[in-house]
Design a protein around this ligand. Structure first.
Ligand SMILES: [Fe+2]
Ligand SMILES: [Fe+2]
Length: 263
């Protein structure tokens, strides 16, 4: 059994500070084995925002793995953006931009999809798909985590990350079972599965955990409880007009037949 918590798009500097304590309390109560922080940890990648985010993350007791989002590269300093885009991130959140972790028979592998040359759109770097595929555990459950989604639903107004489609087909073919993403500040799991395009990969697109943008409607995070081929998602939602989290919405999935089905 593995309990993996996916927390993404914190946007420190433009975040709901009143929700920090309820979020930390809920995370502590869930006692996850691993917390995966999916990028956009800060809003503008300033040293002050990085320090506040670091102080917040230091209050989480569980092991953690972090990767950058497009908001974690310098916004206002073009020289830093081009020549050392991830220096601030690495100083505050660790040197490894593509960490990996293991919980029991579950392996989690991060990709860095932030592209310092393009503000919104991400990219999967040359060689990264092959690198991740080379570390897949053929006997266990394999999860890939990155900031940018690998598939967009119709009506998403952002451009899909470069090489996203190739990455998703290759990861699915190689035995990746779950992909964790953020960036869009919109929840999508069943709608992505229902497209039928990638039935062997459960794509968990989680909304923003703390961003204060009112049009996002809610803040949220998700806990994955994985037992062999069975997986349950516990989605914890805090509506924008409430300074706390509702009781979780739970949905269950199985890949016992070789493809994911909601059960
Ligand atoms: Fe974001
Ligand atoms: Fe983003």
């Amino acid at each position: 059994m593995a309990r993996i918590l996916h927390l993404t798009d914190l946007h420190f500097g433009f975040h709901r500070s009143a929700l920090e304590a309820p979020l930390l309390a809920r995370i502590a109560a869930l006692r996850p084995d691993l917390v995966v922080v999916g990028g956009d940890i800060t809003h503008r990648a300033t040293p002050g925002q990085m320090r506040s985010a670091r102080a917040f993350l230091d209050r989480i007791e569980a092991p953690m793995m972090l990767m950058p989002g497009n908001h974690d590269v310098p916004t206002w300093n073009p020289v830093a953006r081009i020549f050392w885009p991830f220096a601030g991130f690495q100083r505050h959140f660790g040197p490894d931009l593509t960490p990996a972790a293991r919980v029991g028979d579950v392996r989690v592998m991060a990709l860095n999809s932030a592209d310092p040359y393009v503000w919104q759109r991400g990219k999967i770097r040359d060689g990264e798909i092959g690198r991740v595929i080379g570390t897949i555990d053929p006997m266990g459950t394999n999860i890939v985590a990155l900031h940018h989604p690998l598939q967009h639903l119709p009506r998403v107004d952002k451009v899909l990350a470069r090489r996203a489609t190739e990455a998703l087909y290759r990861l699915e073919g190689a035995g990746v079972h779950v992909v964790l993403t953020g960036h869009l500040h919109r929840w999508a799991v069943d709608a992505l599965l229902a497209t039928g395009r990638h039935p062997r990969v459960l794509q968990v697109q989680t909304g923003t955990a703390l961003c204060a943008r009112v049009s996002d409607m809610r803040n949220e995070f998700v806990l994955l409880d994985i037992r062999g081929t069975e997986l349950s998602l516990e989605r914890h939602v805090a509506p924008m007009d409430r300074e706390g989290f509702d009781a979780p919405e739970i949905s269950r999935y199985s890949r016992a037949s070789g493809v994911w089905r909601r059960v």
